[in-house]
Design a protein around this ligand. Sequence first.
Ligand code: SF4
Length: 427
Amino acid sequence: MKFISYNNISFKKTKYYQQLPLEEKNVFDILSSVFHFKVNNYVLEHLINWQDVPNDPIYKLIFPRKDMLLPTDFHALSLLYQSGLDQKTLMPFIEKVKKKMYPEVKHSETSIPKINGKRVRGLYSNFETIVSLFPDPMVKTCHSYCSYCFRWIMFNNKEAQQNSSYSDPNEPIAFLKAHPKVTDVLFTGADPLVLKAETLQKYIDPVLEIDSIKVIRISSKSLAWWPYRFTTDKDADNLLELFKYIQSKGKHLNFCAHFTHPRELENDVVKEAIQRIRQTGTIIRCQGPIVEGINDTPEAWSTMWNAQIALGMIPYYMFIEADHNLESCFRIPLAKALEIFQTAQKQTTGLARTVRGPVFMNDLHRTLLDGVTTIGDQKFFVLKSLQAPPNTIGEGTIKLIPYHETTKDAGDLMALFSNKNEAVLNA
Ligand code: SF4
């Protein structure tokens, strides 16, 4: 299959746009002018069930939804669109609305690596043993965009890309050599596997020469969005050779595969892609967020985890949608997420039960929502810090926060897991 990508303008020329209900067309026109939108022919032809639009989970995973905007902004934009103004005239208002929706991405001072007091651009180090690397070409795009993505401000934004990434492949080397406690590097993006194998190798090669680096992690949704990347793409074989080469250098290669719905694992091409990756010796660990209207049932997760095990992958994390936008329409209540996780786990093979969740996908902490406990006549959520920045109490600490059936927010995890704070029993 030849890769064909559609943006908010070219998609409107497809038969798929033509068959959308009128209400969905309006939502698409307005929302896709504010938010990111990109879809490819594989997703359109093989993943979305068009008979079930707008309720289809994969449709919801790609297409922006009305609730992503404040009702007042949606209404104002609708009126402007109805007035027939052209895109150029509308642009200043769209930009204003867009800026309001920028997700807040927090970083602690310790997460910005420095050499001689100077920031090393494109590196983030939230925990002592791992550094996330953002080479310039990797932050630009993905094979399709997920509606819930919080990295969308990077897409089509040269300034944001330049400020948070590096271009010289040797840029991270001095920092990594000076910090031998760092054993893992994570290549992330957008999606690193959009790049040609040759370009990827240019950025990975210098890191392979550092003895203290033992694990190379690559985070990608390409198995779900474009499995042909590993089968029939021109340099699919070169990419798989690169995977072997990384391991030949004595490194563990971990493919962090992002899956959101069991349908992403169903067809033959994704199964073949998984098999080809596994034949290189690469371990595939699977993770994804729990998202309202897409996978917020125990069946979605147990089916997905069982399929992952059957295909030889390891279910790794169920994340709670990032806290970059607490009002996000993609979040579900914490109590519901916990119940879905616990019920789904009971429906899985024992091998899938090592999966962790629900875990807050927070830039400063990895925190597990471990259960609910009752003290006296009060109920509490039990939170456990899985990983924490060096200046906090650290891993393994357990805290309690008041239980509310509808809350979607655990509060400020940084403050909760700081040295000074005790469990918030009476809050
Ligand atoms: S694949 Fe990842 S980076 Fe790309 S749009 Fe989806 S969540 Fe965002």
